[in-house]
Design a binder for this molecule. Structure first.
Ligand code: AN0
Ligand code: CP
Length: 320
């Protein structure tokens, strides 16, 4: 595996889920694979789960993880080409990437969408430079448009907890005080479209996800109607993807607290499990009552981040 961005990079989902089960059962069975190998984990943004689960996965595989926080531990890096570097950025990605690559075998990168320039974000301008200038396998640890390690962990979690062969999974937008990227809902939609589930997306008008990710998924603008009979409720905020109006890209179009997932919403579901990638703002995205209920999967879902990361790193090590 040369890169991990999209669901297509993992191939057959049944095989990937089987591998995830094996990794979970015997996490140290492939410790020899990572011997004398190094993974560089590069963070342009904050992280709790991704940072820790990636290091844990690497250590389980016998690899040496190096974590670099850009701008805190390193120089601030320029990401745009052709600019006069007279600001606060001391070094360009063009040099920094091959230098980092010279010290490692695999690179993981967290680089959020800037939410200013839709083309810059949706072309994955930063991650593409890592692919081009590192010559090493690259894992998106949430980049501008995707969060595949999260979506894979979500799929593993749904597979573990589902009570019927083809569950109904509903992705619902929920309010948040700050503008957030679309990476998590994009990847979740992409992975659910590829999985054997009945998938429904619900959000206020204007929040339509990019068709490259939403595909042919059913979009239901009435949240209550969408949630009827759901087996899994996956809540997430995202800012305007700018599909219908590019000028609105990255903006907050609604803060309607009627969309906060609470007991009233869960009551119309099929006693659904509640999911969220975390970090979550309580009583904005979801009520205390729902996230603290026995049907809340947020902790096992986060724990599965170490499993999805290990499957991806294992496959990359196998193809080095
Ligand atoms: C980020 C986001 O929504 O993309 C990271 C989620 C994994 N969330 C926040 O910045 C709160
Ligand atoms: N879910 C997730 O990626 O969390 P972090 O931002 O804390 O890594």
């Amino acid at each position: 595996m040369k890169s991990f961005f999209h669901v297509s990079d993992i191939g057959d989902l049944g095989a990937a889920l089987e591998e995830a089960r094996q990794v979970k059962e015997t996490p140290f069975a492939w410790k020899h694979l990572g011997e004398n190998r190094t993974i560089m984990l590069v963070f342009f943004n904050s992280s709790l789960r991704t940072r820790l689960s990636s290091q844990k996965a690497a250590l389980n595989l016998g690899m040496n993880p190096i974590v670099l926080n850009i701008g805190q531990d390193s120089w601030k890096l320029e990401t745009e080409m052709g600019v006069v570097m007279d600001g606060d950025k001391s070094e360009h990605l063009r040099e920094a990437i091959p230098v980092m690559a010279s010290y490692c075998d695999i690179i993981g990168v967290r680089s959020f969408a800037g939410l200013q320039d839709r083309n810059f974000d949706y072309n994955e301008t930063v991650l593409r430079q890592f692919l081009e200038y590192s010559g090493k396998p690259v894992i998106s640890l949430e980049s501008a448009t995707v969060h595949p390690c999260q979506a894979f962990a979500d799929l593993i979690t749904i597979d573990e907890y589902k009570e019927k062969k083809r569950p109904k999974v509903v992705l619902t937008w929920a309010p948040h005080p700050r503008a957030l990227p679309q990476a998590v809902p994009n990847s979740f939609a992409e992975w659910m479209n590829a999985a054997d589930v009945e998938f429904v997306i619900t959000h206020p008008r204007g929040y339509e996800l990019d068709p490259a990710f939403a595909g042919n998924a059913r979009v239901e603008y009435d949240q209550m109607k969408a949630l009827e009979g759901a087996d899994f409720v996956y809540a997430k905020n995202w800012s305007c993807p700018g599909v219908t109006d590019p000028a609105q890209y990255g903006r907050i179009l609604s803060k309607d607290m009627g969309w906060t997932v609470d007991a009233r919403h869960m009551a119309v579901t099929n006693d659904a499990f509640f999911m969220h990638c975390l970090p979550v703002r309580r009583n904005m995205i979801v009520s205390d009552e729902v996230i603290d209920s026995p049907r809340s999967l947020v902790i096992p879902e986060a724990a599965n981040r170490a499993v999805s990361a290990q499957v991806v790193m294992k496959r990359m090590l196998e193809s080095l």
